[in-house]
Ligand binder design. Structure first.
Ligand SMILES: Cc1ncc(COP(=O)(O)O)c(C=O)c1O
Length: 397
């Protein structure tokens, strides 16, 4: 019974033009045609790791099989080669140049490559926010213990009401000893979308190095890395971009590459052209990258803006339901400009265990921390969100 759900049925369906944001029946068909999610699963945790469409799974598996046969003369790997075709396709989608984009496995790795690659002196200050993911904060803490840098956190108002409030919360904390500003474009627990471009612009005007943890950006919201104006950007693809797990990117601005050391290298790194020097990590599984190319094709067929419109439409629906529940403290901004596909809240109850247990019974999967975060993607049904709120009501009234 279970097994049936793991075998893609309409594995190779070509995507018709995507439905309008509120066309639930149209999007249900996309779910049925393109995903192997069983009907009984309400998967609301794309923010941790996304669901991979059947076509992408197939492209990945096919390449793995082809590589295993050595029927071609090509290594079935990446980790040494420049992978220009793959980087060029990704760079086009992400709005930057191939020369500034390196392939990695995830945002965690990209953040560590950025942090470890920077020359900072004891006493240099890195300003973060109090909303950072452990991957970003952990990397900077390692640098603190090892290199004697100072870390400071700007307190972010939750929920914020305007982009200006966020710009002020960060920029007001810059001091003469601050060298680096490192912040998440979309926060992990609260799903808050920062006005990244304005913040980077202001920080660069103050002479700061700007590092953006953009783990949630690729595939969740339309944007161009070049427009952000940051020095370095860490992204995961496997959350929102419909790619196989273990796929990420590191962007390093062209004129910043001479200031960022690579961390994992092979001989030849001194002369490696462009961002290639950050991605020579040794033998890796190229099949995943064929999956990335297939995900890009699917996104192109559906239309990136249409995808975003649906994701955001459902997030707005989640928000509208959450604010009606008196015992929820909604952490998401009432301003829809300040979130994309994630809505978060706390429950005013001391123990979440009965809720987690009931959600597990109902096969509703959200982020389970000391906050609840609901992610919506194109496979999300409005009824999945309703099921979450019905379960909440059943548990807490
Ligand atoms: C803001 C942020 N940064 C980094 C990460 C780490 O992502 P990954 O596990 O894909 O490296 C996450 C994961 O949720 C995140 O929310």
């Amino acid at each position: 019974m279970l097994r049936r759900h793991f075998i893609p049925s309409a594995a190779l369906a070509l995507a018709a033009p995507a439905p309008a944001a509120d066309d639930d029946a149209g999007w249900l068909k996309i779910r049925q045609d393109h995903f192997s999610l069983p009907d009984w699963r309400a998967y609301l945790n794309t923010g941790s790791v996304g669901a991979t469409p059947n076509r992408v799974v197939k492209a990945t598996n096919d390449y793995l099989a082809k590589g295993a046969s050595y029927a071609t003369d090509e290594y079935p790997r990446w980790g040494y080669e420049p992978m220009e075709t793959h980087r060029t396709a990704l760079a086009k989608y992400l709005g930057t140049s191939m020369a500034e984009l390196a392939l990695t496995h995830n945002a965690t790795e990209s953040m560590s490559l950025i942090v470890n690659g920077l020359d900072l002196k004891p006493g240099d200050e890195v300003l973060m926010t109090d909303q950072e993911h452990p991957s970003g904060r952990g990397a900077w803490q390692l640098k603190q213990d090892r290199a004697g840098i100072r870390l400071r956190e700007a307190r972010i108002p939750i929920p914020p009401k305007t982009p200006e409030e966020l710009i002020e919360a960060i920029l007001s904390q810059v001091r003469p000893e601050t060298r680096v500003l490192s912040f998440s474009a979309i926060t992990t627990h609260t799903g808050l979308l920062f006005p990244v471009k304005q913040i980077c612009e202001a920080a660069r005007a103050k002479g700061l190095i700007t590092v953006v943890d953009g783990a949630h950006m690729p595939g969740q919201i339309p944007f161009r890395i070049d427009d952000l104006g940051c020095d370095a950007f860490a992204g995961s693809l496997h959350k929102w971009m419909l790619t196989p797990p273990g796929t990420g990117v590191l962007y390093v601005r062209g004129d910043f590459q001479s200031k960022l050391w690579p961390t994992i290298v092979v001989e030849g790194w001194r002369t490696a052209k462009d961002a290639l020097k950050y991605m020579q990590l040794g033998c890796n599984n190229r099949a995943e990258l064929e999956g990335v190319l297939e995900a890009l094709r699917l996104i192109e067929e559906l239309g990136p803006q249409r995808i975003y419109d649906r994701i955001h439409h459902l997030a707005q629906y989640t928000y509208s339901r959450a604010i009606q529940v008196p015992y929820l403290k909604v952490l998401t901004s009432p301003n829809p400009q300040l979130y994309g596909g994630m809505v978060a809240f706390e429950v005013d109850r001391p123990d979440y265990t009965p809720l987690w247990n009931k959600l597990a019974q109902r096969k509703v999967w959200t982020l389970r921390a000391n906050k609840i975060r609901i992610s919506s993607h194109i496979h999300t049904r409005r009824s999945d969100i309703d099921l979450f709120f019905d379960t909440l009501k059943e548990v807490y009234g």
